[in-house]
Design a protein around this ligand. Structure first.
Ligand code: NAD
Length: 312
C-alpha cells in the first residue's frame, strides 16, 4: 500500500500476523512435547490506564496463540512495602519452572527503581531485554533478549526489504529501551549510525543525509518532510496523544511527500512490538527447556550463540 504522496506504507499488522502464525505453531509443538504451554507472567505495580491497555492487549494476544498467562498485582501500603513485594514477586516467578517469561509494567511507580526488577529477574526470562546481561550481549553483538520495541523497528526494516548494510542511518532518541538498542542493531546490521537526542543542535543536518531514519523521542511533529533526504525510509516509533488522537513523532503528511517508505502511527511499529514479545516468550521457553535437558549452564551460554557476524 502507498500513501497519497506515493511513499510505501510500512504497516505492522500483516507482518505481525505472520509472526503470530509462526509463534502459534511453535507453541503447539512446545505444548505437545512438554505437556504444558509456555507461560508469560505480567507483573503490575500500581495501575495506570495507558499501560493497562497495553498489558491487556498482550494478555489477549497470548490467549490467541495458546500461551498461558499469569497476572500478578503488586500492592503494598507504602512505597518500601511495594518495592519489597515487587522484588519478591519477580524472584518467585524467576524461580518458577512453569513460567517462561516475565514482563513488568513500565514505568514503575515514583520512588521504585528499575533496579528492584533488574536484581530479581532471571535474564533467561527477561523477554523485554531490561537486564544488563541482555543489554551487554546486544552491545557485544551476541544474541540475547532485546527490547521488543527496538526489535520491532528493525524487523519492520528487514521484512520490508530495506537494505541495511552500507546505509546511512539516523536514530533520534537514546533511551535504553528504544534508541540505543535500535542503534546497536543497525550497527550490527552494517549501517553507519548517528544517534541524535535532546542535546543535538541541528537534527536536520543529520537526517538530511540519512537513508534510514528511526524516530523514538516522544515529541509529535519532531521530524518533517523538509528534514528528510528524498527516498529515505522512515520508522516512527513515537506514540503521543494530541487532541485525543494517537500520533507519532513524524509529521506524516509532509514526510510521506519525501520518503520512499514510512510507518503509520498507529498501525506501524506498535502491532509488531506485541507480536515480537510473544516470539521472545516462546524462544525463552525453548531455551530454558533445552538448557534444563542439557543440565543448566550459565545464562550467557544459554542465550548466546557466538556472534555470526564479525564485529569488525
Ligand atoms: P524516553 O523518554 O525514555 O526517551 C526519549 C529520547 O528522545 C531521549 O533519549 C531524548 O534525548 C530524546 N529526545 C527528547 N526530545 C528530543 C528532541 N526534541 N530532539 C531530539 N531528541 C529528543 O522515551 P522512550 O521510552 O525511548 O520512547 C520514545 C517514544 O517511543 C515515546 O513516544 C514512546 O511512547 C514510544 N514507544 C513506543 C513503543 C511502541 O511499541 N511503538 C514502545 C515504547 C515506546
Amino acid at each position: 500500500m502507498t500513501t497519497r504522496a506515493g511513499a510505501r506504507l510500512l504497516e505492522g499488522a500483516p507482518i505481525a500476523e505472520e509472526i503470530r502464525a509462526g509463534v502459534k505453531a511453535d507453541v503447539a509443538a512446545f505444548t505437545a512435547t512438554r505437556g504444558r504451554p509456555p507461560a508469560l507472567a505480567v507483573v503490575v505495580c500500581g495501575r495506570s490506564a495507558p499501560s493497562m491497555v497495553y498489558l491487556e492487549r498482550i494478555l489477549k494476544a497470548c490467549a490467541s496463540v495458546g500461551i498461558d498467562s499469569r497476572f500478578v498485582d503488586v500492592e503494598g501500603e507504602t512505597v518500601t512495602a511495594q518495592a519489597e513485594e515487587l522484588a519478591a514477586a519477580v524472584r518467585a516467578l524467576s524461580a518458577d519452572t512453569t513460567i517462561s517469561g516475565i514482563i513488568v509494567q513500565m514505568p514503575l511507580p515514583p520512588g521504585i527503581s528499575l533496579r528492584v526488577v533488574v536484581d530479581a529477574i532471571d535474564p533467561l526470562k527477561d523477554i523485554d531485554g531490561i537486564h544488563p546481561l541482555n543489554a551487554g550481549l546486544l552491545r557485544l553483538g551476541y544474541e540475547g533478549f532485546v527490547p521488543a520495541t527496538a526489535h520491532a523497528a528493525l524487523e519492520m526494516l528487514e521484512r520490508s526489504g530495506v537494505t541495511i548494510p552500507g546505509a546511512e542511518a539516523v536514530v533520534i532518541g537514546r533511551s535504553p529501551v528504544v534508541g540505543m538498542p535500535v542503534s546497536f542493531m543497525l550497527v550490527k546490521g552494517g549501517a553507519t549510525v548517528t544517534v541524535c537526542h535532546s542535546r543535538t543542535g541541528d537534527i536536520a543536518a543529520h537526517t538530511r543525509r540519512a537513508d534510514i531514519v528511526v524516530v523514538a523521542a516522544g515529541k509529535p511533529g519532531l521530524v518533517t518532510g523538509a528534514m528528510l533526504k528524498p527516498g529515505a525510509v522512515v520508522v516512527d516509533v513515537g506514540i503521543n496523544v494530541v487532541d485525543g488522537r494517537i500520533v507519532g513523532d513524524v509529521d506524516f503528511a509532509s514526510a510521506s511527500e519525501v520518503a520512499s517508505a514510512i510507518t503509520p502511527v498507529p498501525g506501524g511499529v506498535g502491532p509488531l512490538t506485541n507480536a515480537l514479545l510473544l516470539a521472545h516468550l516462546v524462544r525463552a521457553a525453548q531455551r530454558q527447556t533445552a538448557d534444563s535437558d542439557a543440565a543448566r549452564v550459565s545464562p550467557i551460554a544459554a542465550v548466546s550463540p557466538p556472534p555470526t557476524q564479525g564485529a569488525s
